[in-house]
Design a protein around this ligand. Structure first.
Ligand SMILES: *[C@@H]1O[C@H](CO)[C@@H](O)[C@H](O)[C@H]1NC(C)=O
Ligand SMILES: *[C@@H]1O[C@H](CO)[C@@H](O)[C@H](O)[C@H]1NC(C)=O
Ligand SMILES: *[C@@H]1O[C@H](CO)[C@@H](O)[C@H](O)[C@H]1NC(C)=O
Ligand SMILES: *[C@@H]1O[C@H](CO)[C@@H](O)[C@H](O)[C@H]1NC(C)=O
Ligand SMILES: *[C@@H]1O[C@H](CO)[C@@H](O)[C@H](O)[C@H]1NC(C)=O
Ligand SMILES: *[C@@H]1O[C@H](CO)[C@@H](O)[C@H](O)[C@H]1NC(C)=O
Ligand SMILES: *[C@@H]1O[C@H](CO)[C@@H](O)[C@H](O)[C@H]1NC(C)=O
Length: 447
């Protein structure tokens, strides 16, 4: 539930990327013909987030897709909306959204829900009229649902869609395209109840169970959460990173396996600090730095440092592109830097129910399918929810991309191989800056 984090980090990224020379060409090729069928939509990259167009009360809204939260909100007055008399607010890792809960006709991906419940947030600088966010997480995490006494009519948009036509398969797929070093346009795709035809073999991939939290105290914290394999992160030296799970409130799992949540609304993947250290401390120029614009610690590294890593889930390897692991941005003074995008968890991203947030810079390496199973409110299905991933990054091609983009075509990475550990340890750990919660009044979108 951390979609607003992206606004801050991506503002930083965008400034840097505007100056980037590379042009971005792979989208149309990768996404194919996205508009051929109604339940497949393209995505727009807006200020670094991935947005989809929806219609609410007859108005069009460009909303951030967010698998990390479970509510729909839009900014501005929605025409023909009915006020329910209830209010709701959502607290994200950074920022919040609050306002009256209303209902209006929703159209998304060719589906229509006549009376979708949502939060109407006053428009403002951070949430201009016509923008918003659609939470694609489990219904149990919905604040709107709570505010309306758990009535079926207050379910999340996807639950409404799945409930009103039981023939629609209960799944969502998302493809996020990589910005590489340009942020002009990098799009993506989202589907409901069908898969992108060019990647239909995703349904043959291992089914990774969603780990359900025990009902009770933390049920509201349910995310699309999975458990990585043991030895589930292979570092730059080709060896498994030693990890210790600290997700004490997740269901029982091996302490050598990290619990991760899938979050299309979170920019920088969040990992335990020892994982970030294993990934980056040996990279050229590595320096753990506390930057306000990153809400905490970040490994600053040289722009030409090629960092390789692979995640292992359900016995399948998912290589991560070096342009996702080492990204361009700016420091607090506006200077261009490169940084390790897999960030030591910032304070707001710490949670006893998971260790890792698989945010955008991770998700660009897979095509993702989330099957809601019986996580749909009122479902008669008895299937457990699961996730499937199709690997999208070929290490050799990714290496060639990196050489072309960051090394002007000249492969000098052999000198970087297996540099192992090193770098300053814990230098900045004492200087954590608490996340600014924002100071705007209730009812506004805080940043
Ligand atoms: C971006 O990354 C993709 C996938 O790795 C690659 O095919 C494409 O050429 C890259 N685009 C640019 C502009 O570097
Ligand atoms: C969303 O709507 C805007 C404005 O009508 C349009 O320019 C954009 O292409 C649409 N995006 C997608 C992904 O359909
Ligand atoms: C994108 O960010 C810029 C600068 O922060 C802001 O002015 C603009 O309104 C944002 N656009 C949207 C659609 O949020
Ligand atoms: C329900 O979904 C199925 C499969 O997606 C579709 O063929 C059918 O037309 C839908 N029925 C209605 C009433 O929308
Ligand atoms: C899935 O299909 C794509 C496109 O046909 C192909 O490139 C890819 O290798 C296949 N992946 C797997 C895991 O079968
Ligand atoms: C483990 O989590 C607890 C709280 O959930 C926190 O106080 C502690 O610092 C964490 N330990 C590590 C090693 O991250
Ligand atoms: C990263 O992986 C690629 C592809 O396997 C390899 O060619 C390259 O040498 C590796 N880079 C480093 C620094 O280890």
């Amino acid at each position: 539930m951390f979609p607003l984090r992206l606004s801050i980090v991506l503002a930083t990224l965008l400034r840097a990327t505007q100056e980037s020379l590379a042009t971005y060409t792979d989208l149309s090729r990768r996404s194919g013909h996205l508009f051929a069928r109604s339940s497949i939509s393209g995505l727009d990259s807006i200020n670094g987030s991935y947005n989809i167009n929806i219609t609410l009360g007859g108005n069009q809204y460009s909303v951030i897709i967010d698998t990390g939260s479970s509510d729909l909100w839009v900014a501005g007055v929605v025409p023909q909306a009915k006020d329910t008399g209830a209010d709701a607010s959502i607290q994200y890792a950074i920022g919040s959204a609050a306002g009256p809960v209303k209902t209006a006709q929703l159209e998304i991906l060719g589906f229509t829900v006549p009376d979708q419940a949502f939060i109407e947030v006053p428009s403002g600088v951070d949430a201009p009229d016509g923008t918003g966010l659609i939470g694609l997480g489990p219904n149990i995490g919905s604040h709107v649902h709570d505010a309306l006494d758990d009535l079926p009519a207050s379910d999340t948009p996807l639950d409404r869609i799945f409930r009103q036509n039981l023939t629609t398969p209960n799944y969502l797929t998302v493809l996020l395209n990589r910005p590489n070093d340009t942020a002009e346009k990098y799009t993506g795709a989202m589907t409901i109840g069908e898969v992108l035809p060019q990647y239909s073999n995703i349904t043959n991939q291992p089914k990774v169970p969603v780990s359900s939290l025990q009902s009770g105290l933390f049920a509201q914290d349910q995310h699309w959460s999975i458990v990585l394999d043991s030895n589930g992160i292979i570092g730059p030296d080709g060896k498994a990173v030693k990890v210790t799970s600290n997700a004490t409130d997740a269901p029982t799992h091996d302490v050598n396996q990290l619990v991760a949540i899938l979050d299309t609304g979170f920019t920088l993947p969040q990992v335990p600090s020892e994982v970030a250290r294993a990934l980056y401390s040996g990279a050229k120029g590595a320096k753990l730095t506390n930057l306000q614009s990153f809400s905490g610690d970040i490994w600053v590294i040289d722009c030409d440092a090629e960092v390789n890593a692979t995640f292992v889930i359900g016995g399948q390897s998912y290589p991560i592109h070096p342009l996702d692991l080492n990204q361009q941005g700016t420091d607090d003074d506006g200077n261009n830097i490169c940084f390790g995008a897999f960030q030591p968890r910032i304070a707001g991203a710490e949670d006893p129910t998971y260790d890792v947030i698989l945010g955008m810079a991770w998700l660009t390496n897979v095509y993702l399918l989330i099957d809601y199973g019986d996580f749909v409110d009122g479902t008669t299905k008895t299937d457990d929810p699961y996730v499937q991933f199709l690997p999208m990054t070929d290490p050799a091609a990714a290496h060639a991309d990196f050489v072309a983009t960051r090394l002007s075509g000249k492969d000098t990475t052999s000198s970087q191989r297996n540099s192992g550990s090193g770098g300053p340890k814990g230098l900045f750990e004492k200087h954590k800056i608490p996340i600014l919660a924002g100071a705007a009044a209730a009812g506004a979108l805080l940043l």
